[in-house]
Each structure stands twice: as structure tokens, then as C-alpha cells.
Design a protein around this ligand. Structure first.
Ligand SMILES: NC(=O)C1=CN([C@@H]2O[C@H](COP(=O)(O)OP(=O)(O)OC[C@H]3O[C@@H](n4cnc5c(N)ncnc54)[C@H](OP(=O)(O)O)[C@@H]3O)[C@@H](O)[C@H]2O)C=CC1
Ligand SMILES: O=C(O)CCC(=O)C(=O)O
Length: 385
């Protein structure tokens, strides 16, 4: 039951191009499980998107919402495209057509999309607007909306902030000292990588290298992350940052550090990478960055892995806070959101660390023991109907 998704929807999106003619894109929404609450999960725009990829990301969402103890199930959506090749107008048409295609299977009590790779508040605002045309005013149909359009303060930074809280937890649990005792390397400088590295930097951590899809920069004395964010925000390549030296982006996962944070694509830690990386802890800010065969190698090498369904669980946690605020037509302030997020990250870590110690299993197994147990219990209570 838990291996297969409950529902899979594939739609064809026909988009008139600015230059004339039309182009056809494939889009998917996979709804894995809703025994604990409405389906929940992001929507990504990326050339690598296919049904199989979206299926596995949807199931990760089921385990993530269960581990974080949120009243949601798991889903994921994706459109196979390179968004950098479409204009804003074309992307808006595509997003609205996607809503037209899936409007009957999403909804505030049914399935609630959110941002993921290459989507942000802009796309979420289009989804809210398009869905509301068909079904009436429905801010709770999507989370990660702009703060001035029913979004929650703190959601944009939430995945990165949650990741930084998670790092603090594992350092404490392992007796590894403070953030300031450690060096960090990030792959990915988008929503998750930029916020996580900035918050780690604010907490005293020394970020020694960062890569994105185009280039990389390094500084053994520590990068000035706010300055690097301003530099990237002005459209410059990371490798051109004056406060660092250019680095081959392909070598980012081999840069020596205490904590390596993959925050971009899945499947980047292959067996070869696992044999060659030089860190004590891998913190999976991305979804599915470690291949199963690589996981085993890391375990044998004594490299601790803080699994994705915990490390990036801060995003969906604040999505839950946004949804709750939307349902109540109420707004919390940022301090309250961040405090509640910190508490959730702490409680989830405690439960997975306890299982890790009592059952003597890796943290990933511990996270799944907790999550699968909660989902299975909900299925049993509901009577498999
Ligand atoms: N956004 C969220 O709230 C959540 C996201 N996640 C996961 O976090 C990861 C990142 O998502 P998010 O930050 O939102 O996505 P973004 O689209 O905001 O950023 C993605 C980043 O990854 C970089 N990137 C892409 N391909 C490569 C590559 N081959 N090598 C190095 N860097 C690369 C991009 O580089 P460039 O800018 O040059 O294109 C960009 O910096 C994904 O796995 C996502 O599923 C998980 C939970 C919640
Ligand atoms: O905020 C959400 O609902 C989900 C974000 C997401 O896609 C993820 O956690 O992988």
C-alpha cells in the first residue's frame, strides 16, 4: 500500500511561445498518501522531471510530514522544462494551464502544492489566483505564497532555517561543539542553499565553499555569505566573487569540511563521491541527494548522514503554519513562526535520535521507523477503507 502512490495525474500543457508557434510540456502531480491529512508537497520546474522522479519525491513527502508530525500526507508535482528558456509571460501561462489541468484533484482540504526547484512565491501566487477563479477564494490551496498575498512570514527562509536548526541539534547530540567550531560546504545557492548558508554563517559557522549550477567559489577563511548573496542577486557568477577564489564546481563535494550540505539536485552523492568526500557529517538539504549504494559506503566510512526528510523538513513545517493561518484568516509574526519552527525541528530530532540510539540504526533508518510507523498507524485506525 505504502509503496505505490494513491493517485497519479499527468497533463499536457500547450503554451503559445512569444516568438510564435506553440510548445508542449508534460506535467505530473503524484499523490502518494493522505492517511494523516491532505496531500502536501512542492512543485518543481526542471528538465530532469519525469514520472518516476516525481513518484519518489511524493513518497518522501509522506515520510517527511509524518516525521515532522504535521497533519498532512505526501505529494509532489513537476513540469519537465528548463524555466530559464521561457519568458515570465510564458511561465505564467504554463502555470495557469497546469492549474486548469489539476484543479479537481488539488484544494485546501485535498492537496496543497508549494515551491520547490525553480518555483517560488511568484508561481504560488498564480496558482492561488487561477484556482480561486474556478473554486472561489482559496488562499489555503497553496503555500509559499508572497507575504503580501496570504503567504506566511518566515516561509521563504524556512527550509534553510530548519536545516540550520537541525545542524545545531546534531552537533549537540554528537558532542561536536558549536557551529563556530566547524567548516561548511554547500552545493546549491538557491532558496535552500542561500538561506541555510546565511543562517549557518549568522550562527558562527565558517562556510568555506559554495557551488551552483554554473560555478563555485571558495575561501578557507570563510565566505561572507550576505555579500555573496548580494553579488549573486546582481546576476554575477559565484566564481567572480571578490571575497573568494574560483573553484571547479564539479569538485565541490570533495572540498574538505566538517559538514557537507547538498542543497540542489537529487542523486549527486554517488558511490564514487561517497568514497572521496572529506567531511564528518552530510546534511541532506536537497531531496534524495544520496544514492542507496552511496549511503552504505558513507555508513561504512563512519560519515553521519542527517536525512533529507528531517534536514529539509522546515519548509513544509512553515507551509503548515501558513495553511493554518490561511484557514483562520489570521497572521502570526516572524518571531512566533521561527520559534514554532525551532520547537518542531527540536522535537523531530529528539524522536529520531532516540530511535537511532535505542535500535542502533543509522539516522535515515530511524527517521523511516518513526515516519512509516505513524502512517501505518493512521491507515490502521482508518480501517483501510
Ligand atoms: N524550496 C523549498 O522550500 C524546499 C526545497 N527542497 C529541496 O532543496 C533542493 C533545492 O531546492 P531550492 O533551493 O528550492 O531550489 P532553487 O531552484 O531555488 O535552487 C536550486 C539551486 O541548485 C543549483 N543547482 C542546480 N543544478 C545544480 C548542479 N548540477 N550543481 C550545483 N548546483 C546546482 C541552482 O543553481 P543555479 O542558480 O545556477 O541554477 C540553484 O542554486 C531541492 O532538492 C528541493 O527539492 C526541500 C524542501 C523544501
Ligand atoms: O512546503 C511544502 O509543502 C513542501 C516543500 C517540498 O516540496 C519539500 O519539502 O520537498
Amino acid at each position: 500500500m505504502l509503496l505505490e502512490p494513491k493517485r497519479e495525474v499527468a497533463v499536457e500543457l500547450v503554451v503559445p511561445r512569444d516568438a510564435g508557434g506553440v510548445e508542449v510540456f508534460r506535467a505530473y502531480r503524484v499523490q502518494h498518501n493522505n492517511s494523516r491529512g491532505p496531500f502536501k508537497g512542492g512543485l518543481r520546474f526542471h528538465p530532469n522531471v519525469d514520472l518516476d522522479d516525481v513518484r519518489s519525491l511524493a513518497s518522501l513527502m509522506t515520510w517527511k510530514t509524518a516525521l515532522m508530525d504535521l497533519p498532512f500526507g505526501g505529494a509532489k508535482g513537476g513540469v519537465q522544462l528548463d524555466p530559464h528558456k521561457l519568458s515570465e509571460r510564458e511561465l505564467e501561462i504554463l502555470t495557469r494551464k497546469l492549474v486548469q489541468g489539476i484543479k479537481d484533484v488539488i484544494g485546501p482540504a485535498e492537496d496543497i502544492p508549494a515551491p520547490d526547484m525553480n518555483t517560488s512565491g511568484r508561481e504560488m501566487a498564480w496558482i492561488f489566483d487561477e484556482y480561486s477563479k474556478f473554486k472561489g477564494y482559496s488562499p489555503g490551496v497553496v503555500t509559499g505564497k508572497p507575504v503580501h498575498l496570504h503567504g506566511s512570514v518566515g516561509r521563504e527562509a524556512a527550509t534553510g532555517r530548519g536545516c540550520a536548526f537541525g545542524i545545531r541539534e546534531i552537533l549537540k547530540a554528537m558532542g561536536y561543539g558549536k557551529m563556530s567550531d566547524h567548516t561548511f560546504v554547500f552545493q546549491g545557492f538557491g532558496n535552500v542553499g542561500a538561506w541555510a548558508s546565511e543562517i549557518v554563517h549568522d550562527m558562527g559557522g565558517k562556510v568555506v565553499a559554495i557551488a551552483d549550477e554554473h560555478s563555485a567559489t571558495t575561501n578557507p577563511k570563510g565566505l561572507d555569505i550576505p555579500a555573496l548573496r548580494r553579488h549573486a542577486g546582481e546576476g554575477h557568477l559565484l566564481e567572480a566573487f571578490a571575497g573568494g577564489q574560483a573553484l571547479a564546481k564539479e569538485s565541490i563535494l570533495q572540498v574538505p569540511c566538517s559538514i557537507l550540505v547538498p542543497a540542489a539536485l537529487g542523486g549527486v552523492i554517488t558511490p564514487d563521491v561517497a568514497r572521496s568526500l572529506d567531511c564528518k557529517i552530510v546534511v541532506e538539504a536537497a531531496n534524495g541527494p544520496t544514492l542507496p549504494a552511496a549511503d552504505k559506503i558513507l555508513q561504512d566510512r563512519g560519515v553521519m548522514v542527517l536525512p533529507d526528510i528531517y534536514s529539509n523538513g522546515g519548509g513544509v513545517t512553515v507551509s503548515f503554519f501558513e495553511w493554518v493561518q490561511n484557514l483562520q484568516n489570521f497572521k502570526w509574526d516572524e518571531e512566533e513562526v521561527n520559534r514554532k519552527l525551532e520547537r518542531k525541528m527540536g522535537a523531530a530530532f529528539e524522536s529520531l535520535w532516540q530511535i537511532h540510539r535505542e535500535m542502533d540504526v543509522p539516522l535515515r533508518t530511524a527517521a523511516f521507523v518513526k515516519a512509516v510507523g505513524r502512517v501505518a498507524r493512521a491507515e490502521r485506525f482508518r480501517g483501510f477503507d
